[in-house]
Design a protein around this ligand. Structure first.
Ligand SMILES: NC(=O)c1ccc[n+]([C@@H]2O[C@H](COP(=O)([O-])OP(=O)(O)OC[C@H]3O[C@@H](n4cnc5c(N)ncnc54)[C@H](O)[C@@H]3O)[C@@H](O)[C@H]2O)c1
Length: 448
């Protein structure tokens, strides 16, 4: 039997940027948006990281997305670190990381471990009447769920996948997440959810499950592979579009043309898509295309455009660094000891996530040439930054301090007070002010 839609228990495996919002949203909704029936669901939020669970139990979200009140408001949720407590749930939703390794190839160790764990958990439930449904939300290449994860679960559990016999079997689905950290408008509740399942009945069940609590509605894809591919091309398309604008920015700088002015002019055409130049970091846009190129390579197909886009975007931190050194070289005033101020370290504005931040590469370039650099970013967790990068970061600019190079790298809400005049207060004669965000203008500002 499939689980009861209104009355099922759900375990979210991995409570990060994707898992926690999902867990809270499922717990929050008590009436089905589709049928108006009462929902009596119970949610377990499971994470391998004990500290994360301790913090969430106290209502603290280190990702700074949810307040204590928002977490505590959800009553039918339990945060757990002991996987024995989720052994009997009906639905497992896997939201663990799918990063890349140093060779830019998929690092499947997290999803492998989570699949093994779920396999182990359902192993002892062979006599139960309800077959568990395992839904993957982690971003993967097309085919990964059924070619990589399912065999692991089958082997570990000794249960049959997608069998007509409900006993000793389990089902599976894939429903990609599309949240955009730092964006309060597009969230779990408002974004249309793509769903899929291993057979028609399960696909419908999964679609109705998400439809019951997501106001943005659902789109049922025709297969798990289609849903996996849809997710990966959304981010690949974005990566390539940004890469094109980055390439044009490099060209226009050489031609002494302001890219932003060109974009403003071109976007008056009805079908021109306005993408902005900049650094592409984080764990989605800068990572997902590598999953696709990996899969393509595996079947002997070369993806030229996707790889080219990745190369351009991965090069941009070096380009910005070279540009800063170029302008420094042109400066007429001699400065013996450069003091660099970097405003922003996370991978994008209004987000505290530092994973794959290209600004960390920029900082390392300054360190390589032994330049002093002060990093200011109120969004990041300074402890996390130190632990992961060995870098110190401050929440605000030390008063009375002066710098010879100032870089406005992100436009966090807290940085919106930094007008040109405000930044000039931290400047000396000859200080160069660079803006990577296109928010400052004037003759003292160098827009890169
Ligand atoms: N962050 C985003 O904006 C975003 C958007 C869409 C899709 N995704 C995808 O969603 C997935 C998760 O991303 P994230 O940003 O939430 O990652 P994250 O690093 O923020 O969170 C992952 C969580 O999983 C936990 N974890 C790791 N292994 C585990 C295991 N075996 N069992 C239980 N918990 C485990 C970690 O401790 C961590 O708390 C990735 O595949 C990512 O590509 C992320």
């Amino acid at each position: 039997m499939l689980p009861k839609l209104e009355n099922c228990s759900v375990a979210i495996i991995g409570l990060g940027y994707v898992g926690l919002p999902l867990a809270l949203e499922i717990g929050l909704k008590t009436t089905s948006l589709l049928t108006q029936k009462k929902l009596k669901r119970f949610v377990f939020g499971y994470d391998i990281n004990e500290k994360r669970i301790e913090e969430l139990e106290k209502g603290f979200d280190r990702n700074k997305i949810f307040s204590k009140e928002q977490i505590k408001k959800v009553k039918n949720i339990k945060f757990v670190n002991d996987n024995n407590l989720i052994r009997n749930v009906d639905i497992f939703i896997i939201t663990v990381p799918t990063p890349i390794n140093t060779k830019n190839e998929p690092n499947l160790s997290y999803i492998e471990k989570a699949s093994k764990m779920v396999g182990e958990l359902i192993k002892d439930n062979q006599e139960r009447l309800i077959s568990p449904i395992i839904i993957f939300e982690s971003t993967v290449y097309p085919g990964l769920t059924e070619e990589f994860c399912i065999p692991i679960i089958e082997k570990q559990s000794n249960n049959k996948y997608n069998s007509n016999d409900y006993k000793n079997s389990f089902y599976c689905g894939y429903s990609p997440e599309r949240i955009n950290p730092g964006d309060t408008k597009h969230n779990v509740d408002s974004i249309t959810k793509v769903t899929s399942g291993c057979n028609k009945k399960v696909a419908k069940w999964i679609d109705s499950f998400y439809g019951s609590f997501i106001s943005g509605g659902t789109f049922q894809a025709s297969s798990i592979k289609v849903a996996e591919a849809a997710k990966i091309i959304e981010n690949t398309q974005r990566d390539i579009n940004i890469a094109l604008i980055n390439e044009l920015t490099i060209l226009f700088n050489k031609l002494n043309i302001n890219t932003y002015e060109v974009l403003n002019a071109a976007s008056t055409k009805w079908n021109f898509h306005k993408y902005m130049p900049g650094l592409v970091g984080g764990h989605c846009i800068g990572v997902d295309p590598y999953y696709l190129t990996f899969k393509a390579k595996e079947i002997g197909h070369e993806t030229k455009l996707i790889a080219a886009g990745r190369n351009i975007n991965d090069y941009m931190h070096k380009y910005f660094f070279d540009q800063i050194l170029f302008h420094k070289g042109k400066r007429e005033i001699d400065i013996l000891n450069e003091e660099v101020l970097l405003l922003g370290l996370s991978y994008k504005s209004n987000c505290g996530d530092i994973r794959n931040s290209q600004l960390i590469n920029l900082v390392n370039s300054f360190k390589d040439i032994k330049m002093n650099i002060t990093i200011v970013d109120p969004k990041v967790d300074a402890e996390e930054v130190l632990k992961n990068t060995g870098l110190l970061s401050l929440p605000c600019i030390p008063s009375k301090q002066k710098y010879t190079i100032i870089i406005l790298a992100l436009y966090h809400d807290e940085f919106k007070v930094f007008t040109k005049n405000k930044l000039l207060k931290f400047s000396l004669e000859g200080t160069l002010i660079f803006d990577l965000t296109n928010n400052l203008y004037g003759k003292d500002i160098i827009n890169l």
